[in-house]
Design a protein around this ligand. Structure first.
Ligand SMILES: [Zn+2]
Ligand SMILES: [Zn+2]
Length: 440
């Protein structure tokens, strides 16, 4: 385990060919201060910097712009890539800038920043600063633990690579953050949203970070791989439904309620659960509370506890073809092969006239079955057939938002509102994990 605050490398721009950054305060290039506006352009194997008038400043494979203590920089960033909230926004950051040329004549723009400063930005990007303070503290400890556990696995190279088992009949893939080289995390939903300093609008977030500085979820002398997501849908999921077939005692599937709901263990269970509306911490339609928890663009997604998506057969064939690259021909059936205890599908069989493929795990399924991504893979399927038995349409009745493993953010915020403390919230979602301060 660690004994001091780490520094991390966050990719703000990946595989860009050009960009402009605006500097506020002093930045140094090889020890010399540089102008306020910097144009970045990629050349084969190199990245080149010029000033606003086009005068060349530097070029090379990697270039570091070192920031003075309170200097900041602004850059246009694409956020929510591939998700329904994708957009371009100008964001401001603190810390050093590292530019790295890629072999394909593109570059990465990487921000070097101390972990606790990074966390303050992440919590602000993921959550509204008006969220309940005990929730912000629980979120800070969770995000900090997840991040350092991930950096640690990466350093020890013990993380399983992204797996791509494909023999034509079965395509089982999952994605983990250790697929990044040259930097630790990206700034998008793939890792954790990191949208810069402008979002820190309340002292509450900074206070939550300060109050929990150096505090980690720990189990068996290791920092917990503390995952989190928006809403479980009433029950949390196990690790293996989303990633490799491993189990962690602190990532057990738990009922997101004071009452103990049974785990989903059959298709009948799943249908009853996902077509019902059980009481749960994350089953809330309290707009005022959700407005306090979620940044404004996430409030566009209001029906997250239970939701429905319908496609005509032709529509779904088209989506599947685009998203999987596979031409299934006339779609004949979708069959759930495996689910986790929260109801999330981890293996789905897709039968068409030309091909039959079983797909997993949860994120791959969410991607294949939607022009963007389904909110979750916890769904049951109903179909409409014509008189000759051909499929006409498919309807998915679903629940929850995200992979469901670990802390349920909306549930945790509701718990905080009900008076639970951060340590109660963490004990609920991470059974058996202890809290430990690893540095002052
Ligand atoms: Zn990432
Ligand atoms: Zn929940």
């Amino acid at each position: 385990m660690i004994d001091h605050e780490p520094e991390i490398k966050v990719a703000l721009l990946q595989n860009y060919r050009q960009s402009t950054i605006t500097l506020k305060g002093i930045f140094y290039l090889s020890g010399r201060p540089i102008p306020e506006v910097i144009n970045i352009r990629s050349l084969p194997g190199e990245v080149a910097l010029s000033d606003a008038a086009g005068k060349a400043l530097a070029s090379g494979k990697t270039i570091r712009l070192a920031a003075d203590r309170h200097s900041t920089f602004s850059v246009d960033v694409k956020i929510g890539i591939g998700f329904h909230w994708q957009r371009i926004v100008q964001q401001t950051f603190g810390g050093n800038i590292l530019l790295r040329a890629n072999p394909d004549s593109s570059f990465h723009l990487i921000n070097e920043i101390s972990l606790e400063d990074y966390l303050a930005c992440v919590i602000s990007s993921e959550m509204s600063a008006q969220a309940p303070p005990e929730f912000l503290k629980a979120q800070a400890i969770t995000a900090r633990s997840w991040l350092v556990a991930m950096l640690d696995r990466k350093k020890r190279k013990t993380a399983a690579p992204q797996i791509n088992q494909t023999d034509g009949k079965e395509i089982i893939r999952w994605y983990d953050t250790n697929d990044h080289s040259f930097f630790d995390v990206c700034a998008d939903d793939h890792c954790q949203r990191y949208q810069g300093l402008s979002l820190i609008t309340s002292p509450e977030v900074n206070k939550a970070i300060r109050d929990t500085r150096g505090l980690y979820l720990v189990h068996n002398n290791e920092i917990c791989d503390a995952r989190y997501y928006k809403a479980c849908g009433g029950r949390t999921e196990i690790f293996a439904a989303a990633w490799e077939d491993k189990s962690f005692s602190y990532l057990r599937s738990v009922s997101d309620h004071s009452a103990n709901y049974a785990a989903i263990s059959s298709e009948d269970d799943a249908a009853q659960w996902l077509r019902g509306k059980p009481a749960a911490y994350c089953n809330t339609a309290d707009r005022a509370l959700l407005g306090e928890i979620l940044p404004s663009f996430d409030q566009e997604t209001m029906n997250f506890f239970r939701w429905q998506v319908s496609y005509s057969r032709e529509e779904l064939e088209d989506i599947l073809h685009k998203k999987s690259g596979i031409d299934f021909g006339t779609l004949q059936n979708l069959t759930v092969i495996q689910r986790g205890p929260s109801g999330r599908v981890s293996k789905l069989k897709i039968e068409g006239a030309k091909r039959t493929v079983t797909v997993g795990k949860e994120l791959e399924i969410r991607s294949w079955l939607s022009p963007t991504h389904l909110l979750s893979s916890a769904f049951v399927i109903s179909t409409k057939q014509s008189q000759n038995g051909a499929m006409e349409s498919f309807t998915l009745d679903g629940g929850g938002w995200g992979h469901g493993v670990g802390l349920c953010q909306i549930g945790a915020a509701v718990m905080a509102k009900k008076g639970f403390l951060a340590e109660d919230i963490l004990a609920h979602y991470f059974s058996g994990a202890a809290l430990q301060k690893l540095y002052e």
